[in-house]
Design a protein around this ligand. Structure first.
Ligand code: DGJ
Length: 696
């Protein structure tokens, strides 16, 4: 038996792949770096047991039935019902320390597996299938996999809904499949975002964890599967709809990138994804990453009530408190006076904006701010000029419209004329108004997304959307785009390599945001997560919170405001101005530092961002504590041997604590292990603590 072993080592992680007898490679090790001479070739080979195939099961990167894997197949497809089983032979391997490409073939099919291990320690896995046969090959699914060690006995995935995105769910990693499909035509409010397997009891700093993210904004799946033979995998890819991908002879299909991260504790796993995304952005914006501008979004301030004088007044107050970007939300175009009409008509409404948007855009710029605009390019209301002119551009099965959501339907971007129309409307707007920022919304799931023959089009729609983003980026290099979809419904690393931030949720209630931002932040660095200060009474929950809690929550994301500041009193504006200044002081740290979290204890949560020379933490009282006072809290992630000066932020309540009155200098080790007495806080309040590296 021959074996080809590929050892990838990068970013503090190693991945060892073994291909036996030219079969597709199997993961021998994925995790901490092993010694270069550690040879795992035979030491992990199990012994034969009863009821086993004549060869041991090979659970490869594309698990095959032909190699004894009887779980979810890595590849499913056929030629009109024929040629539906596959046994690939590796025909060539190109590898260096960081990347390997396996070329394999089976009758009429070529398969290329690309595995990269990035400088951050993220495994990038993708597969490309080419039809080398003479007749069409219908691809049902191609979902590559990485095997994870058996000591991963627990799973963490996420669910969500409008206003409550990314709620964690923990389960045992038992025999069977935990499969999280998202068939919404967009990433989805309920999409899991990550599928994580870990050692029992894993936490933010403890326990080995192995995670998968599928970087795709259309239908997709993440699955964790444990077979009765003991193999267990994390697999994923696109959820293809029937007949969506039929490869003609010579055609290829490539999976989305599967991004895997390993970490001892979730913070390390998360830090790898953060570093990966930051590097992509640096590459996209060669001029360098600038500080994230403080943003005001008009949605909760005025909703559809657009009026030049009111909005100029709002812009004036915004500029005074220190806002740097003013974004005009939904309602500026066509007949869009509420959510029943106008989507698709991307012309400035002459009724509401008789002088065009220029007077507002000019006023905003005159106040020293950038001007941003809301769009929802893939959508259409039946009550619109576009729908009346081109009903054939609406996605749906022949002779029938799909169910409506928020009074709207979806445009078929795979239709060349529809695509060209939308691309030119967007380009004209950006060029004519000098727009530097688009808030790109997508307020419904795709249901029965089909073309005129009933052909399913989610795959094509997703590719067309990416193409549109890429073309806009090409034409307007400085244009920034926010990915929004009813809040956090299009958050994935496929879209985020083409956009600049996300709107994590339509919920601005800081108590809900503590959860939403914490779990969205497992994948995304804080500067990518839009977080706004709303009015005292949250529009989406009816809860009332102090400005400190609202702003002290938003300051841990890309800080913004979504509040009609014309109704704020002088005291509120003064304190908001101070918070805006604080956000500006902290944004450099936030955009480069490492996010750390602790498990909640007695209603208290600690989270922070740690840089080389400074760090900022929030101590958040989510609920009342059963003990009183709450006791010490600890601060993970600091250089343990460095000394850190501790100060309490003057914008948060001053507790009667010795360390708050007389700033102390402690080692990172003491802060992580012994901690500090927590400020006693009302429930739904927080304190912010700054740490500065000290030479004393
Ligand atoms: C949903 C978004 O998440 C909101 O912020 C707002 O832009 C509305 N759509 C506008 O329709």
């Amino acid at each position: 038996m021959s074996a080809t072993v590929v050892r990838l080592v990068n970013g503090g992680v190693s991945l060892v792949l073994t291909s036996r007898d030219h079969h597709l490679p199997v993961v021998s090790h994925w995790g901490t770096v092993l010694a270069p001479d550690d040879d795992l070739t035979d030491v992990l080979t199990p012994q034969f047991v009863s009821d086993q195939t004549e060869r041991l099961i090979e659970c490869s990167l594309v698990p095959e039935e032909a190699r004894g894997w009887l779980g979810t197949p890595g590849l499913a497809g056929h030629r009109s019902g024929r040629s539906s089983t596959h046994a690939f032979t590796v025909t060539g391997v190109d590898a260096d320390d960081h990347r390997a490409t396996f070329h394999a073939s089976d009758a009429g099919l070529d398969l290329t597996l690309t595995v990269g291990l990035t400088a951050e320690g993220v495994v990038e896995l993708s597969a490309e299938l080419t039809n080398t046969g003479d007749d069409p090959f219908t691809l049902d699914s191609l979902t590559p996999a990485l095997r994870v060690p058996l000591r991963a006995r627990e799973l963490l995935d996420f669910t969500g809904r409008h206003l409550r995105e990314r709620s964690p769910q923990r389960h045992p990693f038992a025999v069977g499949t935990v499969r999280r499909d998202s068939r919404r035509g967009r990433t989805g409010l309920q999409s899991t975002t990550l599928m994580i397997a870990g050692e029992p009891g894993f936490g933010f700093q403890e326990g080995r964890t192995w995670g998968l993210h599928v970087a795709w904004s259309g239908n997709h799946t993440h699955l964790a599967e444990r077979a009765h033979g003991g193999e267990q995998i994390l697999a994923g890819g696109e959820c293809l709809l029937p007949g969506e991908v039929v490869l003609a002879p010579g055609e290829s299909y490539r999976t989305p990138a599967l991004l895997y991260s390993f970490g001892v504790g979730l913070d390390e796993l998360s830090a790898r994804y953060h570093a990966w995304l930051r590097r992509q952005h640096e590459a996209r914006r060669p001029a360098g990453r600038r500080p994230r501008p403080i943003t005001l979004n008009t949605w909760e301030a005025v909703y559809f009530a657009h009026d030049l004088d009111n909005l100029v007044e709002l812009a004036e107050v915004a500029a005074k408190v220190g806002v740097e970007r003013f974004v005009l939300d939904d309602g500026w175009f066509g007949s869009r006076r509420d959510d029943t009409a106008g989507l698709g008509d991307w012309e400035v409404s002459a009724d509401v904006w008789p002088g065009g948007l220029e007077p507002l855009a000019d006023a905003v710029r005159g106040l020293g701010m950038e001007f941003g605009l809301w769009v929802e390019p893939e959508m259409i209301n039946l009550d619109s000029d576009l729908a009346r002119a081109h009903p054939e551009w609406i996605l749906g099965p022949p002779g029938r419209l799909p169910l409506r959501v928020r009074n709207q339907h979806v445009l078929n971007l795979a239709h060349p004329d529809a695509y060209a129309h939308i691309a030119s409307r967007l380009s004209d707007l950006v060029a004519r108004l000098g727009i530097s920022y688009l808030k790109w919304d997508h307020n419904r799931d795709l249901i029965e997304a089909a073309g005129p023959q009933g052909e399913r089009l989610v795959h094509a729609q997703t590719l067309a959307y990416y193409r549109l983003l890429d073309e806009l980026h090409e034409r307007f290099g400085d244009l920034e785009i926010e990915s929004c979809a009813s809040g956090g419904g299009r958050i994935d690393l496929g879209v985020l390599t083409r956009t600049d931030r996300v709107w994590a949720s339509d919920c601005n209630d800081p108590l809900e945001r503590q959860e939403i931002q914490r779990w969205t932040g497992l994948l995304l660095p804080p500067e990518f997560i839009g977080a706004h200060v709303g009015p005292a009474r949250a529009h989406t929950t009816g809860r009332t919170h102090s400005l400190t809690f609202r702003a002290g929550t938003a300051v841990f994301g890309h800080f913004g405001i979504e509040w009609d500041l014309r109704s704020a009193n002088a005291g509120q504006l003064e304190r908001l101005t101070a918070w805006v200044a604080r956000a500006k002081e902290l944004r450099g740290l936030l955009a480069t530092g490492r996010t750390v979290r602790t498990a909640d204890r007695d209603g208290t949560r600690v989270h922070g961002v740690v840089g080389d020379d400074r760090a900022v933490f929030a101590v958040v009282q989510l609920a009342s504590s059963p003990t009183y006072p709450t006791g010490p809290v600890t601060f993970p992630g600091l250089d343990p041997d460095a000394r850190w000066r501790v100060t309490l932020d003057e914008l948060t309540p001053a507790p009667d604590l010795v360390w708050a009155a007389e700033p102390r200098v402690l080692s990172g080790r003491a802060l992580a292990e012994a901690g500090l007495a927590a400020p006693t806080l009302y429930p739904e309040h927080l304190a912010i603590i700054h740490l500065e590296r000290s030479e004393s």
